[in-house]
Design a protein around this ligand. Structure first.
Ligand code: PLP
Length: 448
């Protein structure tokens, strides 16, 4: 029986709030008010193990005193100051120095935003402006992947490839210059059941560059490992091939580390797994472990050189907000001091081994993928035909997980990939506890 307080909160929510990705007008079922470790606690006092780090962003779980302290100390000194007009704040400078020591490929120039979509917008505008300032305004097209997710703001939505139109259709035609190519999601390749579909994806991209003309293409954007697209890792040769195509054709490489960055995949940045050297790299989520909304773009000296001596006509009121910068400094310090990337790699490997040994034999598990604490299980009604579970079955399974105190999402291109993305602080024992709850739920799943 739900308490009177929770019922009143839910009713008030229904009267006043519209939520992202929820049926408008339908009552919500949970209201959270606190958290500790990897747990979230709702207004009924029920505890949920967060096995998706919410939107794969709460990298340090749900109560981190070190970050609270840093935020409080910063707030006590300054609330806000703009980063426009030839001024900044001390926290933004310290953060930039810190980021320059950990970003891949020697990136040491930064531009701050309030989240991931703004970071994508900034990266895309930066890529186009780079060629414009170099006198090649005709180089404006951007290539991205189907199955990718880069945000839903007015600009970033044009590179997001996920959703089969669900996210795009209500908003009219896309502006010119955005092209998408098949991803490396091998289990369900757009090329059909063929060997080496990931290699075909890279070759397809090369063909698109040839057909459109390299002189018209500004940049290629991709996540190092597909995130909302199902936590799918590319095979080793894919990144080498697309990097080579970009270099050969003077196409800027934008790597979106919004979800994969900050320890999530077992390295500080997932780019490190393939030694990527992005020209532009986006960050958000783990940059403050989601304690405050924040994001940024890192870019190379070469990209910087095109902007030097001119204003970049772009910016947000809360860019480089001092309190968010202070939170980010404390978050990065925490990652480094407590070797959080190593923990994500270690627990991730343990989870992967259990998925291989104990989950793959289950009739509804078709495949699993990802790395570190950035993994997913592909749920099917039949292994032979690979038919994905239905939306209704997704709902039933998710509800069962909630009832048993596990919070995760089943999403991806076909809404059938269950996220295994707990906070990067999780212990092996906690991961085992969650897997021991999930396994019988999946074992008991009846497709009909
Ligand atoms: C890879 C990637 N890029 C960009 C975004 C957009 O970030 P935000 O929701 O903070 O705007 C997301 C969000 O999930 C993401 O996963």
């Amino acid at each position: 029986m739900t308490s009177k307080r929770t019922q009143e909160l839910i009713q008030a929510d229904k009267e006043h709030q519209v939520h992202p990705w929820w049926i408008t007008g339908q009552e919500i079922s949970r209201v959270f008010e606190k958290g500790h470790g990897i747990y979230l606690v709702d207004t009924e006092g029920k505890e949920y193990m967060d096995f998706a780090s919410q939107l794969v962003c709460s990298n340090l779980g749900h109560h981190c005193p070190e970050i609270i302290e840093a935020i409080t100390a910063a707030l006590d000194k300054i609330h806000y100051v703009t980063n426009f007009y030839g001024q900044t704040n001390v926290y933004a400078i310290e953060l930039s120095q810190k980021l320059a020591q950990i970003t891949p490929g020697g990136l040491k120039r930064f531009y701050y935003t309030c989240g991931g979509s703004e970071a994508t917008d900034t990266a895309l505008k930066m890529a186009r402006a780079y060629w414009y300032f170099k006198g090649q305004a005709g180089k404006y097209k951007i290539i991205s992947l189907y199955d990718s997710y880069h945000g839903l703001s007015g600009y970033s939505i044009n590179v997001t490839g996920l959703g089969g139109g669900r996210m795009h259709s209500p908003f009219g035609p896309a502006p010119a210059g955005f092209l998408r190519v098949p991803s490396y999601y091998d289990y369900r390749s757009m090329f059909g059941d063929v060997p080496d579909s990931a290699v075909m994806s890279a070759r397809f991209m090369e063909k698109v560059v040839q057909q459109e003309g390299a002189a018209t293409i500004a940049a290629f954007i991709a996540e190092p490992i597909l995130g909302s697209g199902g936590h799918v890792e590319p095979p080793a040769e894919w990144w080498a091939m697309v990097t080579e195509i970009c270099r050969k054709n003077n196409i800027l490489l934008i790597v979106d580390e919004v979800m994969t960055g900050f320890c999530r995949t077992g390295k500080m940045f997932a780019s490190e797994h393939w030694n990527l050297q992005p020209d532009i790299m986006t960050m958000a989520k783990g940059i403050t472990a989601a304690v405050l909304p924040f994001g940024g773009v890192a870019f190379s000296d070469e990209v910087y050189s095109a902007f030097e001596g001119k204003p970049f006509p772009h910016g947000f009121t809360y860019a480089a907000h001092p309190v968010c910068c202070a939170a980010s400094i404390a978050t990065i310090d925490y990652y480094l001091k407590n070797r959080i990337a190593e923990n994500a790699a270690k627990v991730g490997e343990h989870i992967k081994n259990r998925l291989d040994a104990e989950f793959m034999p289950l009739p509804c598990v078709g495949q699993h993928g990802g790395r570190g604490l950035f993994q997913a299980i592909e749920l099917v009604t039949d292994k032979g035909s690979k038919k994905p579970i239905s939306v209704a079955q997704n709902g039933v399974l998710t509800q069962k997980l909630y009832e048993q105190g596990i919070w995760t999402r089943i999403q991806g291109p076909n809404l059938n990939r269950m996220e295994i993305c707990p906070p990067c602080t999780i212990t092996v024992e906690e991961a085992d506890k969650a897997l021991d709850i999930i396994k019988p739920i999946l074992a008991g799943f009846k497709p009909e």
